[in-house]
Design a protein around this ligand. Sequence first.
Ligand code: ZN
Length: 347
Amino acid sequence: MNTSPAAPIIDLLAELPLKEVLPGILMFTLPVDYGIDHVNIYLIRDGEGWCLFDTGADCEAARALWLRALAGPLAAGLTRIIVSHHHPDHLGLAAWLAQVTGAPILMRPEEREVARATSVPDEAGRRHCVEFMCRHGLSPSDAHEIVSGVLQENLACDEPPPSTSLEDGQCLEIGDYRFDVLVLGGHSIAQICLYEPDFKLLLTGDQLLERITPNVGVWPYGETNPLPRYIDSLRVIAGLPIEHVLPAHHRVYHAGEKRAHGLAAHHQRALRRFKAGLREGMSAADLGEANYGKQSETLHGFLAMGETLAHLLWLEADGHVTSRVDTGVVRWSPVQGSTEPMVQILI
Ligand SMILES: [Zn+2]
């Protein structure tokens, strides 16, 4: 591979899934070996080197692409590594890249904390997760399968070295760009998005995706009532002039405000569907199965339960449903005569 600094960068990019999406901003699309098949991470020209936004999942194919990129078009190295949130396709290679490149990591302390909890390191942590799932209606065998199999295999990331935090409203100069840091909840506890007002450009991580509805679910750790915070984040995003959305999955798109409204409408429809489908005494797992159908994979049953629970908590706060604990399981019932749930993100 030609690594001469005089080589035009565009020739080198052709050899890798790296492309310049805006002046001085590269999208690097890496393979992911579970769930979704790819993730987009971004490199922003930062003086002599590159500021990285998200790292990719830790799999052999992604590491191989990174090594080729660092020996070629990214030979100038990384100046800093920003991690949007703790999910493994974003945080997965942070520890390794920090070691390989020496670049410092910038991420929210809450996300680091959740990452640690997610890897379920000890017996107490495992027990906490199993009890949470059983309390919301999963069988003990499904709960054990999820904790010992899927959660640990897919979600555990190597812990990165100590990092610097980023604050909501902070201005971050990266090369020719001046980004405002947004800390947004709902998909994870404190996801970092970067907004560039002059270029009307938003790096969203998973907060606002075009073809996927970002997961908003209650997990055994982290955010306990995520839907109001997710709707708040859509309100923030809908209030920004946006011309370019640089997401973690699928292509760059342009209609950021329209997508924020579309996602708010999605959650309003979901709230109405959950309300209409709720029968006396259902658990979140029961209602999740009634709404999404029986899931063949245990993990999907867990995700359906978490999404259902997030919507039930909203419905309860708005007086549409009530809950009680019956022999250790949280059971939900409709409130007769309540109005239709509304989700508004217009200010
Ligand atoms: Zn995510």
